[in-house]
Design a protein around this ligand. Structure first.
Ligand SMILES: *Cc1c(COP(=O)(O)O)cnc(C)c1O
Length: 408
């Protein structure tokens, strides 16, 4: 393998994790096998004792999976990575490894819906105390720290409000209090944001999103900065079993080769779409980290290289307008998930953040008329044309509704 420290990020996307293979194969072969033959009893015994090279069983390790893990670890600038069955499997392994009964976890309020639900409904049953905090407010973070705080879990930009939390400052507060910091870097990807540069201890990703980038795989990953954090996480992953499989690993590794290119286009397109939406009469407000109107614009500039592909906006006419808009788009696909080459549109209150319930949503700043857009890599003019046509439909329908007084 090459020394990836000396090549640029773009080249790393193409080459990281790629080794020499049989027959001169340029890409890692797919070792679609559950188990591996030992050369002898002694070889098997040595592998179980953790000595010598080789694999035992795919839940424990597999060469195709390792190649992808090495690639993501290099891209994030971490020591090691652990591929998981999904982003949620990765997040669960982090919680199960670092939290015990009596511990406290401080979590961003603007967080992926199921992460909120997992902490609130499962980990509290096991005696873990949970605080959801607006982590874009450093004083709120300081105040929420307790002696029992073992983990500070940050999503930035947060889901779906795109609130930006200051990673460097939060790491200082957390480490002073003896807590580890885990960052969900799904929205930015290592092409735009590298939490380890700001002192974070662990990074998780839903690789379902930008890392794979093609909406054809569900997968996750945990990356550690220090080698010492690897072994405890690996044990919990191995015991709980939420591992990625070789074929999905292969697909993700293939997707990563174009990560730098794709992220560039996602950012360029999203900037243009956000500027278009901001000027439109039917839009109440647009949140995009690349707009000067974003409340944490300058925090973003400190820690990410590009503003990403995610836009949140609020339509005049609330829930009704959102419903009409989503039924009117054609190029933009009405679907949850994000980070793929195709533009996706969805309604958090009835979809991704439904499980939080209305009270938690309100607290997290998710109003009923919010729409989330994952801007793809199509030509930006086509995306804008589609949104413009859908907004025209919204305008027409709202006029009719107003005349007939049909608002909910
Ligand atoms: C999608 C997502 C997850 C969960 O990942 P899955 O692969 O769906 O399990 C976690 N965090 C963020 C920010 C996400 O967007």
């Amino acid at each position: 393998m090459e020394d990836h420290k000396n090549i640029s990020f773009e080249s790393m996307c193409v080459h990281a994790g790629i080794d020499e293979y049989e027959f001169g194969s340029v890409v890692p072969p797919i070792y679609q096998t559950s188990t591996f033959k030992f050369k002898s009893a002694q070889h098997g015994a040595a592998l179980f004792a953790g000595e010598g090279k080789g694999h035992i069983y795919t839940r424990m390790s597999n060469p195709t999976i390792e190649a992808m893990e090495d690639s993501v670890a290099a891209l994030e600038g971490g020591a090691k990575a652990l591929g998981c069955a999904s982003g949620m499997a990765a997040i669960n392994v982090v919680f199960a490894t670092f939290l015990s009964a009596g511990d406290h976890v401080l979590c961003s309020q603007a967080v992926y819906g199921p992460t909120n639900t997992l902490l609130r409904t499962v980990y509290t049953r096991f005696g873990v105390e949970v605080s959801f905090v607006d982590t874009s407010d450093l004083n709120a973070v300081k105040e929420a720290m307790r002696p029992e705080t073992k983990l500070v879990y940050i999503e930035t930009p947060g889901n779906p409000t795109l609130a930006i939390s200051d990673l460097g400052e939060i790491v200082k507060i957390a480490h002073e209090g003896g807590a580890k910091v885990c960052v969900d870097n799904t929205f930015m990807s290592p092409a735009l944001q590298k939490p380890f540069e700001f002192g974070a201890d662990v990074v998780v990703h839903s690789m379902t999103k930008f890392l794979n980038g093609h909406a054809d795989v569900v997968a996750g990953i945990i990356v550690v900065k220090e080698p010492s954090d690897y072994s405890p996480l690996k044990k919990v992953l191995n015991q709980t079993g939420g591992v990625i499989d070789p074929f999905n690993s292969f697909l993700v590794h293939r997707g990563i080769k174009t990560l730098a290119l794709r992220m560039e286009r996602h950012c360029e397109n999203a900037q243009k779409v956000a500027e278009f939406l901001e000027k439109h009469d039917l839009i109440q407000s647009v949140t995009y980290p690349g707009l000067r109107s974003h409340p944490h614009y300058f925090t973003g500039l400190k820690q990410h290289k590009g503003h990403g592909g995610m836009i949140t906006f609020h339509l005049k006419g609330g829930y009704d307008a959102g419903e009409i808009m989503m039924n009117s788009v054609k190029l933009c696909q009405l679907a949850v998930s994000l980070g793929g080459v195709e533009t996706l549109i969805q309604h958090p209150a009835s979809m991704t953040h439904f499980s939080m319930g209305p009270d938690a949503r309100k607290e997290a700043g998710i109003d009923e008329g919010m729409v989330r857009l994952s801007v793809g890599i199509e030509h930006y003019k086509d995306i804008i044309k589609d949104l413009e046509a859908a907004l025209y439909e919204v305008g027409e329908a709202l006029t009719v509704k107003q005349e007939k007084n049909l608002f909910r």
